[in-house]
Design a protein around this ligand. Structure first.
Ligand SMILES: Cc1cc2nc3c(=O)[nH]c(=O)nc-3n(C[C@H](O)[C@H](O)[C@H](O)COP(=O)(O)O)c2cc1C
Length: 225
């Protein structure tokens, strides 16, 4: 963002030489006009799809700073290419709210997906025990099962252990809060193994505590497009 001519030349070079579309992802500037010029510059340089993270470079902490959907909306209105909105997408209601408020063509979510990979399927992390009794089976997702599914994917498509470690930590956040001894044991592992992690899920289950669930959003309306 400090060297826009360089960004322009990179995107031009890629767009002119690749036979696949070039997409870009940007943060916003504090000044709206700067953001709009940036977006238009990228479109003119050959960008085919633009994702806009509605925070400035200084607004690092997503929990502290709300993403600026107004700025995303303004970008949406000055370019012709599809725009994806990013920031403040924590559950499916946010998806609908964001699409409506910004007019964007789609949304991106990153950090919230680490805690709840079922976000786009219309599930949210349940408050402990809240609304769970009497719920239909289809409306619940067992966090332990989701974690096991994730670990199986990691075995099939290897990723660095530091990524798995931080994802497992976020996925099991609620569980760890009420089982600090298991969390400590997890944190103590200098070297993680799949065996340890599968066993950890079993240990948590055996502790007999309620299993955290993801529950289907009441107003969910996940469309298939
Ligand atoms: C694990 C993780 C990895 C990320 N990697 C990238 C990346 O490689 N490139 C990028 O532009 N943003 C990356 N981001 C930032 C996100 O794409 C996103 O812009 C930011 O987290 C704000 O969206 P959120 O509020 O939905 O998390 C990453 C975020 C997370 C949590």
């Amino acid at each position: 963002m400090d060297n826009l001519p360089l960004v322009k030349s990179l995107v031009e070079k890629l767009a002119n030489n690749l036979n696949v579309p070039v997409s870009c992802k940007i943060r916003i500037f504090p000044n709206l006009q700067d953001t709009l010029s940036y977006a238009k510059m990228l479109e003119d340089a050959g960008c085919s799809l633009l994702a806009v993270h509605g925070r400035t470079r200084d607004e690092k902490d997503g929990k502290k700073f709300r993403a600026n959907w107004e700025a995303i909306k303004a970008v949406r209105n000055v370019v012709r290419i599809p725009v994806l909105a990013n920031g403040n997408i924590r559950h499916i209601d946010d998806v609908h709210g964001c699409l409506e408020e910004t007019g964007a063509d789609g949304v991106l979510s990153a950090d919230p997906l680490l805690e709840n990979p079922a976000l786009f399927a219309g599930y949210r992390t349940a408050e402990w025990g809240l609304g769970v009794a009497g719920m239909k089976e289809d409306d619940k997702l067992d966090q332990a099962e989701l974690l096991i599914e994730y670990l199986r994917f990691c075995e099939r498509y290897p990723v660095p252990w530091r990524i798995i470690r931080s994802h497992v930590h976020k996925l099991l956040g609620e569980w760890f809060r009420i089982q600090p001894s298991v969390r400590e044991d997890f944190n103590k592992q200098y070297k993680l193994t799949f065996e340890f992690l599968y066993d950890l899920v079993n240990r948590l289950k055996e502790l007999g505590v309620r299993i955290p669930l993801y529950v289907k959003d009441t107003q969910q309306a996940v469309s298939a497009n």
